[in-house]
Design a protein around this ligand. Structure first.
Ligand SMILES: CC[C@H](C(=O)O)C(=O)SCCNC(=O)CCNC(=O)[C@H](O)C(C)(C)COP(=O)(O)OP(=O)(O)OC[C@H]1O[C@@H](n2cnc3c(N)ncnc32)[C@H](O)[C@@H]1OP(=O)(O)O
Ligand SMILES: [Co+2]
Length: 138
């Protein structure tokens, strides 16, 4: 596989509303999306734009959400994952598994409407990595 651009930095938060206010007032964020739910992934999402990438604020929709588990360990929230773009998610999965990495589950549609997968943190030095198939319409 070929590592593509950093699409977003996933940041877990107990409150998207409070986090948006912090990014706006402390960091001067101006382009802030409308929060939306992704029930299939158990998260509520809000994108904050930076010139070269996005912050993906993610809040748990329920106790079964992976973000709920993260917040139980990190109640204030914090950096959760990095998401890189790939040209072909299936080719990337084949390369990763061929190199012994653990890909978590099957590709599913992520917050940008394209297929995503996650690589287990133990394969990436403690970093949760999301791979997102780059959108074909650009
Ligand atoms: C809508 C999709 C959206 C998008 O961009 O399109 C998103 O990004 S949604 C993001 C939320 N979804 C996910 O995170 C799905 C993938 N995550 C998982 O499958 C789990 O969270 C997993 C496997 C990373 C951790 O599972 P779990 O929390 O149940 O297990 P543990 O707590 O025992 O953790 C095992 C091991 O991993 C370490 N860990 C957990 N979370 C993270 C993290 N975010 N970053 C780094 N490391 C993490 C945890 O500390 C444990 O380490 P150990 O040394 O074994 O104690
Ligand atoms: Co993400």
């Amino acid at each position: 596989m070929t590592l593509g651009r950093l699409n977003h930095v996933g940041v877990a938060t107990p409150s998207i509303e409070r986090s948006v206010e912090t990014y706006r007032t402390l960091l001067g964020a101006t382009v802030i999306g409308v929060p939306f739910d992704l029930p299939a992934q158990g998260v509520r999402v809000c994108f904050v734009d930076a010139p070269n990438t996005q912050i993906e604020l993610i809040e748990p929709l329920d106790d079964a959400s992976p973000i709920a588990g993260f917040l139980r360990k990190n109640p204030a929230g914090g950096q959760h994952h990095l998401c890189f773009e790939v040209a072909d998610i299936h080719a990337a999965i084949a390369d990763l598994t061929g190199n012994g990495a653990t890909v978590l589950g099957e590709p599913r549609i992520g917050a940008h409407g394209t297929p995503i997968v996650f690589v287990h943190p133990r394969d990436m030095g403690g970093l949760l990595v999301e791979l997102m198939e780059e959108s074909k319409d650009h």
